[in-house]
Ligand binder design. Structure first.
Ligand SMILES: Cc1cc2nc3c(=O)[nH]c(=O)nc-3n(C[C@H](O)[C@H](O)[C@H](O)COP(=O)(O)O)c2cc1C
Ligand code: SF4
Ligand code: SF4
Length: 311
């Protein structure tokens, strides 16, 4: 019912434009006045996602004054300076560490905010992920007031059957409720972890031989192969946050530094992307549990993953 028109645009359009302006001001940290003179907090939430869990969580923690920003897009735009009343980050833990791109982003970023929060999603074992993020951000001169973890579907394909994983109840609404209420109260808190969890992480690092200063930074040509099932749909060229896939006259080729986010292998509609056989690699020694099962968060479309990651 767009009946009231003023100056050539409808009332609804005018309100929409005003909303867009208010959302735009969030990037500059401006606190807006509502109609009744109350001030509204501006919040930015940064996220990194391979299969949608973190985008889903970021969306759930957003209100109408929140701007959601994808870290691969910020890197692409070389946008490292952000200002708002509150800045949050949602990322998946990889071997209890942040994705390499997230780590490199935070090392360069200048985040000006009165309150900073981090939500780390994981599937089974978080170990001292909170302590690792605290250390990285302290060293970067960008400490966080609130750091917590949240369990979601585990998208680590080598060890888990995605079909089985999706059946598990990870109590996601309960976690979201807890985190939302903490953020409303601007809680200053780092979720605790035990010495045992720290030791488990050390054992994992010794077993995998990963560099603690880098985390998962692989080469896509070493780990992924494209089979004849490929139909040249181009999805892999759009979901990779590093732009590692190309359609060529000889089929799809992949090459480049890789976060191991699995956006490519999980989102290929033909299941034509598979892990190479690497029996000597501790990460892939057991191959893959179920090469026929793939995962994307049920609330997140393929289009949204492309929007988040396209290079
Ligand atoms: C390379 C890699 C490493 C992972 N390491 C861990 C881990 O150490 N512990 C854990 O519980 N889950 C681990 N996971 C699971 C993800 O953290 C989890 O599924 C996350 O919610 C995925 O988020 P996304 O859908 O936004 O990409 C790992 C996943 C990947 C791809
Ligand atoms: S997403 Fe899969 S089917 Fe589509 S081009 Fe890439 S490898 Fe081929
Ligand atoms: S090649 Fe695949 S796993 Fe590596 S960064 Fe790109 S989408 Fe992620």
């Amino acid at each position: 019912m767009e009946k009231e028109h003023t100056g050539g645009i409808s009332r609804r359009s005018a309100l929409k434009r005003m909303g867009a302006f208010i959302a735009g001001t969030a990037a500059w940290g401006m606190t807006s006045l509502t109609g009744c003179g109350k001030t509204e907090k501006k919040r930015i939430i940064l996220y990194f996602t391979g299969t949608g869990n973190c985008l889903y969580v970021a969306r759930q923690l957003a209100d109408e004054h929140t701007e959601l920003l994808s870290i691969p897009q910020l890197v692409k735009e070389k946008r490292y300076e952000l200002e708002a009343d509150e800045i949050g980050i949602v990322y998946p833990i990889y071997g209890h560490m942040p994705p390499n791109m997230v780590r490199e982003y935070i090392k360069r970023a200048k985040l000006a905010a009165g309150y900073k929060f981090a939500v780390l999603t994981y599937g089974r074992r978080k170990c001292n992920a909170v302590g690792i993020w605290d250390e990285i951000t302290q060293r970067a001169g960008c400490p966080f007031d609130y750091i917590t973890t949240m369990i979601m579907v585990d998208n680590w394909l080598p060890n888990f059957d995605m079909a089985e994983e999706m059946k598990l109840d990870k109590q996601i609404p309960e976690s979201l409720k807890r985190i939302t209420s903490d953020l409303q109260a601007k809680r200053h808190w780092h979720e605790p972890f035990s010495d045992d969890e720290r030791r488990q992480h050390e054992g994992f690092m010794a077993y995998t031989g990963l560099d603690p200063e880098v985390g998962f930074l692989m080469r896509s040509e070493k780990y992924f192969a494209v089979t004849d099932a490929c139909i040249d749909c181009g999805i892999c060229t759009e979901v990779c946050p590093r732009g590692n896939y190309k359609l060529t006259s000889q089929g799809v080729k992949t090459e480049g530094d890789c976060d191991f986010c699995f956006a490519c292998i999980q989102n290929c509609p033909q299941k034509a992307i598979q892990f190479k056989s690497l029996p000597d690699d501790p990460l892939l020694a057991r191959g893959e549990i179920n090469p026929n099962a793939r995962y994307r968060n049920e609330h997140v479309s393929l289009w949204s993953i492309k929007e988040a990651n396209r290079q």
